[in-house]
Structure formats: C-alpha cells, structure tokens
Design a binder for this molecule. Structure first.
Ligand code: G3H
Ligand code: 13P
Ligand code: ZN
Length: 350
C-alpha cells in the first residue's frame, strides 16, 4: 500500500470523532515499534521526522524504511510527515523525497528559534501550501509559539509566552489554506512542561475550544503532547538516570481536545523515556551485556507498549480498515477543483 496523505487520515478521524497520534522517529526500531502497535490495535498512523531526524538517519534510509513499513503492513494507512519544517526548502525537499505531509512551522524564523511576525508566517506558509497542494501533499501550519527547545529547535521559555490568538488563527487559516493548524495553548516540547499537574492557569484548553468553534473545518494539532508518565520517569531514575520531577499533558486533557477538533497529537518525549528506561534497566541490571539486541529489543517493546496505549486513548484504534486509501495524485485533483478547500470563507459559501 503506498503512503497516504495526512489530510485523508485527519478527515476520516474528524468523521469518526477520534484523534491520531503522530509519533517521531529517528531509526528502524522506532518505526518497527509504531507499526507493531498499529497492527496490534488496528490503527491508522502518522509517522513524523524532524529535521534533526532526517540529518541523523539520512533521508534515503528514512524513506526506504517507511516504504518497508508500507510494504509489510499493507492493512495500515500510513502518512509520512515532516515535523517542524523551518523553511520552504525543507518542506520542498521532504515532498520531493516522498513525504505525504509537511509542517511549515512559520511561527519561528528559519533559525528555528526566533519568533517570526504574523505576516512572515502567512507568506511562507502560503508558499508551501501552493507547492504541496499541487502535488496532493498535506500542510500543517503553526500559529502561536510553543515553549521549550528540542535539539536546538524552539523559542525556549515557558509555554505561556505566545498563546494563540483565536482571531489570528482564523485569519491565518483563511489566508494560507492549511489543512491542519498547530496552536499554542501552554504546552512545551520535551520533558519539562509543567512543575505540577497542569490546571487551566497553564494549560489553556479554553483557547483551544474557542478556536475550534471559529474554525470547525480545520484540523487542530496539539504539539508537546507527551504526558511524561511518572512510572517512566521512575524507571529512568531507578537505573541511574537523573530526571527532575516534572508533569506533562494529562491524557484526559488531550481527550477533551479531541472532543473539540484536535485530530493530530504529537508525541515524542514519552517514547524517548520508554526507550531510555528500558535500555538503562538492561545495562544497569546486567552490566555484562554488550550485544545491542539485548537492550534494543526491550527498548522497542517498551515503545510499542506506550504507542499502543496512546492509540487506544486517542481513539484511533480499530479504524485502520475504515476506508479505501486515496492516492496522493487524486488528492491533488481535490485541491485543484476546490473540493478540499477548508478556508472559512469557502466553507461558509458552500
Ligand atoms: O518537536 C520536536 C520533536 O520532539 C523532535 O525533536 O528536533 O529533537 O528531533 P528533535
Ligand atoms: P513532546 O516533546 O511533548 O513529545 O512533543 C513532541 C512534538 O510536539 C513533536 O513535534
Ligand atoms: Zn512539535
């Protein structure tokens, strides 16, 4: 089965009232863990690679690993997504490589650190939308800025620094024509999101709900959505790690988001913790081991367990076989004839 467009996955998720986890990958074991979890739970999946992942694994390796996944799991709809594209060129190269979806994160300048102006964001995102839609590829934009820094990417600071303004979100959707919109509601990338279980003063679910009311046809995306479970923190620390006490985004808040237009949920940190905990445990308890398979296998299993759990919690479990996959070339026709246009003025006029 070829890779499918993320737009189709998200449209189906909207019809079914569920969310789809977007899990970051850097290597073969992470792709295997996600695919096994997808088969176990019969879930459609979004697999995403950051710029750092593409540099780490090399584009050709990543792409062929994804083709292997599509070949080995023909019953699973798979979208391959560029996470946090920083420029038109990054998105273009991803599309040329065969990604079926890209994020143009124009909330930051090309350095991936400095917040950009609204006009700059609109302009670059619109350019990516024109290029991508002509090829049937999905585009996610971002308005507002997340906190934290991952692998040098991110504005830093707290998640409360640049919360999305609902009026700007509507104008952004109208002027760019994005398929999906990442919004900033107080979350951050990485393990250190909140210093206590988050309440409404730091996690702005009311802003999300207000945006969904104004933009019911734009799929919303929650970044920084790891829950940073205490049991995973404890395993890392029990076997020689030194994580400080921290809180992530509670799953029930994500489920509230899903009931209010969130269709894509980005999770990376939880998988990093699951993998690291499993590897630490083997090396700490069995220091004589030196065959990488002795620790990579439990690491892969730990990630599979976490991903399968999230697939059930987000509601995507059981939906892999709901629909016939539409080729990306046919999606291009839908963009060209306007039937896939979700700009508020266009939807309003239908
Ligand atoms: O948003 C960031 C993702 O967690 C990927 O992180 O840039 O360190 O690969 P990375
Ligand atoms: P976490 O760091 O919360 O896993 O967020 C991942 C993310 O948003 C990737 O784009
Ligand atoms: Zn992100």
């Amino acid at each position: 089965m070829p890779l499918v467009s993320m737009r189709q996955l998200l449209d189906e998720a909207a019809k079914g009232g569920y969310g789809v986890g977007a899990f970051n990958v850097n290597d073969m074991e992470q792709i295997q863990a996600i695919m096994e979890a997808a088969r176990e739970t019969q879930s459609p999946v979004i697999i995403q690679a950051s710029r750092g992942a593409r540099a780490f694994a090399q584009d050709r390796y990543l792409y062929h690993l994804m083709l292997a996944a599509a070949e080995l799991y023909p019953e699973i709809p798979i979208a391959m997504h560029q996470d946090h594209g920083n420029s038109f060129e990054t998105c273009k190269s991803a599309i040329e490589l065969g990604f079926t979806s890209v994020m143009m994160d124009g909330s930051l300048k090309a350095d991936g650190k400095t917040p950009s102006s609204f006009e700059e964001n609109v302009e670059i995102t619109r350019r990516v939308v024109d290029f991508a839609h002509e090829r049937g590829v999905t585009v996610e934009g971002e308005i507002g800025v997340l906190g934290g820094v991952e692998d040098g990417h991110g504005a830093g600071g707290s998640g409360l620094d640049h919360i999305t303004d609902p009026d700007q979100a509507v104008e952004f959707a109208e002027r760019t024509g994005v398929d999906a919109l990442a919004i900033a509601i107080g979350t951050s990338h990485g393990a250190y999101k909140f210093t206590k279980k988050p309440d409404g003063s730091v996690l702005k679910m009311d802003v999300l709900i207000a945006i969904h009311k104004r933009l019911p046809h734009t799929h919303l995306v929650m970044h920084g959505s790891s829950s940073v479970p205490k049991d995973l923190q404890d395993i890392v620390n029990q076997y020689g790690g030194s994580l400080k006490e921290t809180w992530g985004v509670p799953v029930e808040e994500i489920q509230l988001g899903i009931r209010n237009g969130v269709r894509k949920i980005n999770v990376d940190t939880d998988n990093r913790l699951a993998i690291t905990g499993a590897i630490r445990k083997v090396l700490w308890t069995q220091p004589e081991k030196f065959d990488p398979r002795d620790y990579m296998k439990p690491a892969r299993e730990a990630m599979q367990k976490l991903v399968a759990q999230r697939m059930r919690e987000f509601g995507q479990a059981g939906h892999a076989g709901d629909y016939t996959q539409v080729p990306v070339a046919d999606m291009a026709k839908g963009y060209a004839d306007g039937s896939l246009d979700t700009r508020p003025s266009v939807v309003g006029a239908r």
